[in-house]
Design a protein. Structure first.
Length: 366
């Protein structure tokens, strides 16, 4: 393998960039927290309307962070991916994709922040309960609408109609109540050389996506393994369990947010500048908490992935195809098959590919 295709170096650079991005966010938020008094006075002088102040300050905060991290994003998402021979994306394509991400983030961020402050100012004594319920409803809504509203903004998809694959999928899905009309080819090849697959949606939006890069590079036995793995997520209800896990863990986050905003609760017109200026402290606290609980959430999602791997082996009964699938995924996605344990704990929501291959060996030998 060439130096430009070194998976360990690639992952270390990814982790470094992720930590730098978090450091920028904390430094940026911390600076605004230290300047909170001056910002409060400035907002109070500019307008007497708290919603207008929240819109202006929240928008400026979001745009400021995006501008600060723009060079880093360009390097990590465009330059580095091309350097490691993983990208098919043009510079214009990267810019359009990034712009879409910013707009989607702005919309959902606006919904989150608007809902939070509406509950704070109008929700009464137990306003934080409304925050928790709103977060849960938004999580369910996003999970349901993601395949039909959000994903099409970024990638084209179409039903897989290859007759031999259709028959194989139908056989594998027997008894699972997953309709084969819900299996789609996802057009990633315009942007990346990586392979991917996922289960997305709830109820009648439930779909399995297999990337065109995967469908072009894998044989039918290997594609069947990937499909059976995604089927495992469906069989074991991992999307619903993930939402439930998020509801539990969000209780901690809501409690911290409530503690930060408690002095500003209610409709007292003299308190709103402090509430608005507390936004950077909230963002910093949520970021730190999310990183702090990531070893737990990663461990749970790795357990989900192991369940789905077992389901794939049980349904296909083809450990050789499972192993070759993992090898190809590692090569196409430039994954480190045997990462250090601390990296797996902190950053990986999938088991290392070496461990997944070892699981297939154990399954075959039982």
């Amino acid at each position: 393998m060439s130096q430009t295709r070194d998976p360990r170096k690639y992952e270390r650079q990814q982790i470094t960039i992720r930590l730098i991005r978090m450091g920028i966010l904390l430094a940026y938020s911390g600076g605004l927290v230290l300047a909170a008094g001056r910002v409060e006075s400035m907002l109070a002088d500019l307008t007497a309307y708290r919603w207008l102040a929240l819109l202006a300050f929240g928008g400026a905060f979001f745009v400021g962070y995006e501008l600060l991290t723009l060079p880093l994003n360009y390097y990590s998402e465009f330059r580095m991916e091309h350097a490691y021979e993983l990208s098919n994306q043009t510079l214009g394509g990267w810019f359009v994709h990034s712009l879409k991400e910013w707009l989607v983030g702005l919309i959902f961020g606006g919904i989150l922040v608007g809902g939070l402050y509406a509950a704070l100012w109008y929700g009464g004594r137990f306003w934080w309960i409304w925050v928790w319920l709103g977060w849960l409803l938004l999580s369910v809504g996003v999970a349901r609408l993601f395949p039909v509203l959000i994903l099409p903004l970024f990638y084209k998809s179409e039903p897989i109609e290859q007759e031999s694959l259709y028959a194989r999928f139908a056989q594998l899905a027997e008894g699972t109540r997953l309709t084969i009309t819900g299996v789609f080819k996802l057009g990633l090849s315009k942007e990346t050389k990586k392979a991917n697959a996922m289960l997305a949606g709830l109820g009648n939006t439930r779909r399995v996506y297999l990337s065109d890069t995967l469908l072009d590079a894998f044989d039918e036995d290997e594609i069947a393994v990937v499909f059976a793995h995604e089927l495992g997520h469906h069989v074991h209800g991992h999307i619903r369990k993930g939402i439930a896990l998020g509801a539990v863990l969000s209780t901690i986050i809501v409690a911290v947010v409530a503690a930060i905003l408690a002095p500003f609760a209610g409709s007292d017109p003299t308190r709103w500048p402090g509430a608005v200026v507390a936004l950077p402290a909230i963002v910093a606290a949520v970021s730190i908490l999310s990183f702090g609980i990531s070893p737990l959430t990663n461990a749970i999602t790795r357990a989900f992935e192991r369940q789905s791997d077992t389901e794939a082996l049980d349904r296909t009964k083809n450990p050789a195809a499972f192993r070759s699938t993992m090898v190809k995924l590692g090569e196409m996605n430039l994954a480190d098959n045997e990462p250090p344990r601390w990296i797996e704990i902190l950053f990986h929501d999938h088991p290392a590919l070496g461990k997944r291959i070892a699981m297939a060996d154990r399954w075959e030998g039982r």
